[in-house]
Structure formats: C-alpha cells, structure tokens
Write a protein that binds this ligand. Structure first.
Ligand code: ADP
Length: 228
C-alpha cells in the first residue's frame, strides 16, 4: 500500500501533512506519536474511512472506498454492551466464519467465557474479545488503534505475545497505533513516529522474533528521542 503526499485537514486543523509511506506486505508497523499527532487519522485513511488529499495506491484520496479485506480494531474495543463475547464476534462476522469463533475465543484465553457480557469481563478480557474478533474477520490488512493501552504490564505483554502468535500464522500486514515505545519494540518490524502530522522518524526494528526482551536499546533510544 502506497501513500503519496497524503494530507488531511479538519477545518483549520492540519491532522496529516504530506505523508509519503509505503507499507510492506506481511509486516507489522507501529505508528507512534503523542496525542493529536495524527495517528488515528492515518489509520482511518488506510481503512478507506476518511477522504484525504494526495493519493493512495495511485488513486485520489478524495473518494475513499472502504478497503476490502481490512479488519479494524477500534480504540476502547467497541464491544456491544448487551451482547455476549461470542455474539459480539458473530455480529461483525460473515456467517461462514461463525464456526471458528469458539476455537478463537479459547485460543485467546476465553474458553468458557463465551457467554459473558462485556460488563462481566475485565479490561484485558474485553481486549481479548476485540483481538479475537479482529483476527477472525477475514483480512489481509489489520489495523489496530491502541490495542494494548490501559492494561497493566503483565497483561499487555501476554496480549502482545498473543497478537504475535496469531500474526505468525498468516503473516498479514498489520498497522497498530500506540503511545508506548516498548510495544513497538516488542511487536513491530518497523516504527513510524508522527509529529504534528508528519513522519518524524521511520525506523526498522531489527531484533529477531519472538522477542522475549526488548529490542536493542539504541533503537528504543532513537524512538524515545523522536517522540520527545
Ligand atoms: P492521534 O490519534 O495521534 O491522537 P488524531 O488523528 O486523532 O491524533 O487527531 C489529529 C488532529 O486532528 C488533532 O488535533 C485532533 O484534535 C484533530 N481531529 C481529529 N479528528 C477530528 C475531527 N473529527 N474533527 C476535528 N478535528 C479532529
């Protein structure tokens, strides 16, 4: 996927300013940046949910088409409060995928919790439902907006490992938004830091997978500096 000179304004606010970006297929890219840097806007443009200036895959961004084969994990899970974990999955999946739901919920550690309602699930469990649903949805591009935020470190680490394992089976293209350099260092092949709507740093992360430890300290230091 190739973005050429992509910009996005909301009235007077410039959310993205001349982004040139080529996403390599089958890799995991982390998009970092402080609040307001344009991360969610970029994700929505990748999903074809927002019009923008510039070109995407050689076509004008002004008439976006919801991208087929794209699974989107929204910030705050977006589970429907009156539906069980299983029904939350059914709700967004084509019927022919329903048979996979039980196995996937077990896979993400929710075996036996299929009939729990969102308010009966912890924050980490809700996130597991959202991750299961996002991976179940047939996709070649998976976009995740802060999938690990507001979780404590141990749960965060276990979910990052889980996402890595699920990704490894199909090796689809993944782009995820985060504030946290450590999440990028643990999960991404590449980290992009947005600052005021521009790419301030575009860094390959070379440490081999699975990463039990953080990537080399110099990569983290570079990411940290770019965020400051
Ligand atoms: P991030 O995800 O990095 O926090 P966003 O992409 O959400 O950044 O927002 C980038 C900028 O665009 C911010 O200044 C934000 O206030 C503004 N913005 C985002 N969405 C809208 C909107 N729907 N209407 C007006 N301004 C918006």
């Amino acid at each position: 996927m190739i973005l050429s000179n992509v910009s996005k304004r909301y009235g007077e606010t410039v959310a993205l300013n001349g982004i040139d970006l080529t996403l390599e297929e089958g890799k995991i890219t982390a998009v970092l940046g402080e609040s307001g840097a344009g991360k969610t806007t970029l994700l929505r443009i990748l999903a074809g949910l927002l019009p923008c200036d510039g070109e995407i895959d050689g076509k004008s961004g002004q008439t976006p088409m919801r991208r087929e084969g794209c699974s989107y994990l929204f910030q705050d899970c977006m589970l429907l409060p009156n539906l069980t974990a299983e029904k939350n999955c059914k709700f967004v999946l084509p019927k022919e995928e329903w048979g996979k739901i039980g196995g996937m919920l077990a896979r993400v550690g929710l075996g036996g919790r299929e009939n729990a309602l969102p308010h009966e699930l912890s924050g980490g469990e809700k996130q597991r439902v959202a991750i299961a649903r996002a991976f179940l949805f047939p996709h070649d591009l998976l976009l995740m907006d802060e999938p690990f935020s507001s979780l404590d470190l141990a749960i965060k680490r276990s979910l990052i490992s889980l996402v890595y394992e699920l990704w490894e089976e199909k090796k689809n293209t993944v782009v995820f938004v985060t504030h946290d350099v450590r999440e990028a260092a643990l999960l991404a092949h590449r980290a992009i830091v947005l600052k005021h709507g521009k790419i301030a740093l575009d860094l390959p992360i070379g440490a081999p997978f699975p990463r039990k430890f953080l990537s080399p300290p110099e990569e983290e230091t570079l990411l940290m500096r770019a965020l400051l």
